[in-house]
Ligand binder design. Structure first.
Ligand code: SAH
Ligand code: MG
Length: 212
């Protein structure tokens, strides 16, 4: 079972970084997690313009749950002016800073997911400190620097319920393929902790089950 063609078209229409096959794998993993732990919510760290969020929102709707979509909407380091992944159309000219929130809202509105996807606009580690709900599904795709990735690992992964799922994006075991922090600061510590077991992969997406 995969995301409906209508919703998939909305995901693909959004700016962002989630390749379609990895989005489909994300959807499948979230649906499985939602079925395993009915009633528990999903949470995404790093929503940008809502592309991956549509796959997660579709999965949440199917499972009768919701998605908290956490992002400060000011962009990661590599999204800032002068960096590789900068998009000048996402800058708020009034303040000269990135603002992806209007684009995120448009994506979620157009996909008809406003009753399922709730934006939480703020700094990921600080939001995590004050949020205590057990999660069926956690997707980490936020700041990819060493510090932000480590903090996301430390503050968010304890919320994954036993039997729930942790998905991580941009995991590159071979340094030739991409940046290190999601692999070194999130994926490896999760597996080495003994709390998570690798159960799936697609592209740079890794899916881990919380076992302990
Ligand atoms: N999942 C998205 C891509 C996310 S890009 C997709 O499918 O296209 C990473 C996002 O993480 C950016 O929108 C950035 O604003 C957000 N981010 C980075 N560091 C953050 C932090 N410390 N707190 C909140 N959001 C953060
Ligand atoms: Mg990513």
């Amino acid at each position: 079972m995969s995301l409906s063609p209508e919703l998939r078209a909305h995901a693909l229409a959004a700016k962002g970084f989630m390749p379609p096959d990895e989005g489909d794998a994300l959807y499948d993993a979230a649906v499985a997690a939602g079925a395993a732990l009915p009633g528990l919510p999903f949470l995404e760290v790093g929503s940008y313009c809502g592309r991956s969020t549509v796959w997660l929102g579709g999965a949440a709707r199917k499972c009768g749950t919701v998605v908290f979509a956490v992002d400060h909407h000011r962009g990661s380091e590599e999204n800032q002016a002068g960096w590789e992944h900068h998009d000048p159309t996402l800058v708020d000219p009034r303040i000269g800073k990135m603002d992806t929130l209007p684009f995120f809202r448009a994506t979620i509105h157009d996909a008809g997911l406003e009753d399922v996807v709730f934006a939480v606009v703020g700094l990921s580690p600080l939001v995590a400190t004050h949020l205590h709900t057990p999660l069926a599904f956690l997707f980490i795709d936020g700041g990819h620097g060493e510090g932000p990735a480590r903090l996301d690992y430390e503050r968010w992964t304890p919320l994954v319920a036993i039997g729930g799922t942790l998905a991580i994006h941009d995991v590159f075991p071979d340094p030739a393929d991409g940046g290190r922090p999601p692999y070194e600061q999130i994926f490896r510590p999760a597996v080495e902790s003994g709390r998570f077991r690798l159960v799936g992969a697609a592209g740079s997406l890794r899916v881990l089950l919380r076992v302990d």
